[in-house]
Design a protein around this ligand. Sequence first.
Ligand code: ZN
Length: 200
Amino acid sequence: MTTTLSAARLAPAHRPPDREGVERAARDLLTALGADLDDGGLRETPRRMADTYAELLTPEPFSLTTFPNDEGYDELIVVRDIPFQSLCMHHVLPFHGVAHVAYLPAERILGLSKLARVVDLFARGLQLQERLTTQIATCLQDELRPQGVGVVLEAEHLCMSLRGVQKPGARTVTSALHGLVRDDPRTREEFLSHTARRAR
Ligand code: ZN
């Protein structure tokens, strides 16, 4: 059985970017910032900005292929250190880091790369890290119906590094746990030990 995850269904608040509108607005923004758009280096910048935002804000739909759990695998499946990047909805500056995603299978299992795809699907939007974490976990819970799901995100927010409090290197950690990953102490402990930061 294959389920196709439609980005529109999963992220209903999201409209695809209006590229021409973004290019016009970028021109206005740059002018308001004092830039001279006749400067050779800036001439193509509004178009580049439109391309960049379109890329960063357009989620890629994909097929969430699941397989029957014929072997009855019943231990935690963890993919650590999935790199991701997103844009913070408060400052429209990037935040980036790694996601650790786990599930405890029930009837079905999932291709491992799909866990990274789900992270990307929700990261491509104007986001809050807290909401991104919850959306990834809820999606896996709803689509896969496992015995449990765990998601931990660690990210650096450029709006904290470059401006405001200016604390480069500070990382924000968020988590969302469902089912036995939340309620069974042994499973929870196992998940959290996988996601604990290694000494570097
Ligand atoms: Zn921000």
